[in-house]
Design a protein around this ligand. Structure first.
Ligand code: CTP
Ligand code: MG
Length: 228
């Protein structure tokens, strides 16, 4: 079974603090986005890529794709919105009507493993929703507004959400439509399904699949690319 993938790249990259948003910053001599697209196209399960970018970066996307993006999978560029959730919803609207399974992936995660992407597609086909996540490595505390510890949350139950998050198209479309109507705002797509009581299955991810967020992350990415 094949799937489409929405790659969200329409953020501003405020925590990175650079003029260009993260997907367009060079890492190992190539725009970050190209590394991400190359990782995705390692899988023969991906039929179409919807690349969601800010309207003012659309021309840059096309330039980069022309220069580096000779992929065997078609890439369609669509406009994103103010919040990540808006960008995903606009990406969903651009899917072909025949599309049944969709993976949603951050452009800022270039170290995606083919096996993990494929496992998330298989899990979504079976259960409806798959969330790639890794066990929390640190001890996590809930802290009150006065700066004192309220409790230690048992680590065995804590997982850190990554992307891809993969869904049956009808299910995630409905979740986004309901969220829009109800004013529900969340930071990841799986949370929309959780909100409506839908089952979301975990697919174990990898710590390499981290999201490039700050200047230090860019240095780590450079180092990982060097050692391969
Ligand atoms: N994203 C998006 N549309 C938005 C916000 C985010 O497509 N309105 C994308 C980003 O481009 C990124 C992914 O969602 O690939 C994860 O978001 P994040 O790491 O928060 O990126 P930014 O929002 O760009 O960074 P920041 O929060 O530091 O501004
Ligand atoms: Mg953000």
């Amino acid at each position: 079974m094949q799937a489409d993938i929405i790659v969200v790249a329409a953020g501003k990259g405020e925590r990175m603090g650079r003029e260009l948003p993260k997907p367009f910053l060079p890492v190992g001599g190539l725009p970050l986005l190209i590394h991400t697209l190359r990782a995705i196209t390692q899988s023969s399960l991906i039929a179409n890529i919807i690349l969601v970018a800010a309207p003012e970066r659309e021309a840059l996307c096309h330039d980069i794709l022309r220069a580096h993006g000779r992929f065997h999978v078609p890439v369609t560029v669509v406009h994103g919105g103010a919040e990540r959730q808006d960008s995903v919803r606009l990406g969903l609207a651009a899917l072909d009507t025949t599309s049944e399974i969709v993976a949603i992936h951050d452009a800022a995660r270039p170290f995606l493993d083919r096996e993990i992407l494929e496992r998330s597609i298989e899990t979504a086909a079976l259960h409806g929703a798959a969330l790639v996540a890794v066990p929390a490595r640190d001890t996590i505390k809930r802290v009150g507004e006065d700066g004192t510890v309220v409790e230690t949350i048992p680590r065995q139950q804590l997982w850190l959400a990554q992307t891809p998050q993969t869904f049956r198209v009808a299910l995630i479309r409905e979740a986004h439509a309901r969220a829009l109507a109800g004013g529900v705002v969340v930071t990841d797509d799986a949370a929309l399904l959780e909100h409506w009581g839908q089952v979301v299955k975990i697919v174990p991810g990898s710590y390499r699949n981290f999201k490039i967020t700050t200047p230090e992350d860019l240095l780590v990415a450079e180092a990982l690319l060097r050692i391969g």
